[in-house]
Design a protein around this ligand. Structure first.
Ligand SMILES: C[S@@+](CC[C@H](N)C(=O)[O-])C[C@H]1O[C@@H](n2cnc3c(N)ncnc32)[C@H](O)[C@@H]1O
Length: 287
């Protein structure tokens, strides 16, 4: 029989020896999951004895983490934009970088809302866990949101997350390729689509390459295959005063700006940086 403190220290050492970054934090997250307790409760009870059942769950979680499974898939949760979201291997684990895309989308939506009399329609393309759509529905209660994905399993997770956060009535979930499920013009297209170049994808850390869906990450030879297809479809699906906000990766600023100016010569295009100061989002406003 061990105290929680001892179990935590041993697990941290194991994870560290297995080459896991942030071993202390990861051990704590997994112990809290084994005990189903919050952080403050864990710290109050650090000198309590770990029950046999919880010890066996914790051991399994540590083994899975040592096999490089991301902690978010082990716990089934990830926080995004202050929302606790369920995630499964069918969904990408939402990244903090994507919060920049949500901020840009909210700014664009508020600008559009102030110019429009009708209700704003926003499409989140490739919604995954529903992270972006749910964050937008929470921040913009007057908007109508359509969330699409080509993965039916991901859409199920997204819908359950929307229900959990009380916004399921503001979001319509549609299955299909990129903008094909949009049968009506939308005012704002927001998307965090696959944008990793295939060679970079193959060299990613095992947590990502071996566990997250390839269809959520691999964007073809230069990473821009899926985004290029979306941009080519967008003129037919955007309303007259519409806008687009897309997340992208390193080295893609210039090709995206060039593409945007070719497809939308009269639009106002801007690049937005993430919290680390890296170019991360392109916004394109038709008016
Ligand atoms: C990078 S993940 C983003 C998930 C979520 N929006 C987020 O930011 O956490 C990309 C998502 O796009 C979806 N996807 C990939 N190709 C697609 C396509 N052609 N049409 C619709 N969705 C697609 C994937 O299934 C995946 O859920």
């Amino acid at each position: 029989m061990q105290s929680l403190r001892r179990a935590l220290a041993d697990a941290r050492n194991h994870l560290e020896a297995g080459g896991i970054d942030d071993a202390g934090l990861e051990a704590e997250v997994l112990l809290r999951h084994a005990l189903d307790v919050s952080r403050p409760v864990l710290y109050i009870h650090l000198d309590d004895t770990l029950s046999t059942d919880a010890a066996s769950r914790f051991e399994t979680y540590i083994e899975r983490r040592l096999a490089r499974e991301p902690a978010a898939y082990i716990t089934g949760h990830r926080e995004f934009y202050n929302l606790d979201l369920a995630v499964t291997p069918a969904t990408l684990i939402p990244r903090p970088d994507t919060e920049t895309l949500v901020d840009v989308a909210i700014e664009l939506a508020k600008g559009l809302q102030s110019e429009m009399r009708e209700m704003l329609t926003i499409a989140d393309i490739g919604t995954g866990s529903g992270a972006i759509a749910i964050a937008l529905a929470t921040a913009l209660p007057r908007a109508r949101i359509i969330a699409t994905d080509s993965s039916p399993e991901a859409l199920q997770v997204a819908e359950a997350n929307a229900r959990h956060h009380g916004v399921v009535d503001s979001i319509e979930f549609r299955l299909g390729d990129l903008l094909q499920p949009l049968t009506e013009p939308v005012d704002l297209i927001v998307a965090n689509l696959p944008y990793v170049a295939t060679d970079d994808y193959l060299a990613l850390e095992p947590e990502v390459r071996d566990y997250e869906p390839r269809s959520a990450l691999d964007g073809g030879p230069d990473g821009l295959d899926v985004i290029r297809r979306l941009l080519a479809m967008a003129p037919q699906r955007l309303s007259e005063h519409g806008a687009i906000a897309l997340e992208f990766g390193a080295g893609q600023t210039v090709p995206l700006e060039t593409l945007a100016s070719k497809l939308f010569p009269a639009a106002r295009t801007r690049i937005h940086t993430d919290l680390a100061g890296r170019p991360r989002v392109i916004s394109i406003r038709l008016t």
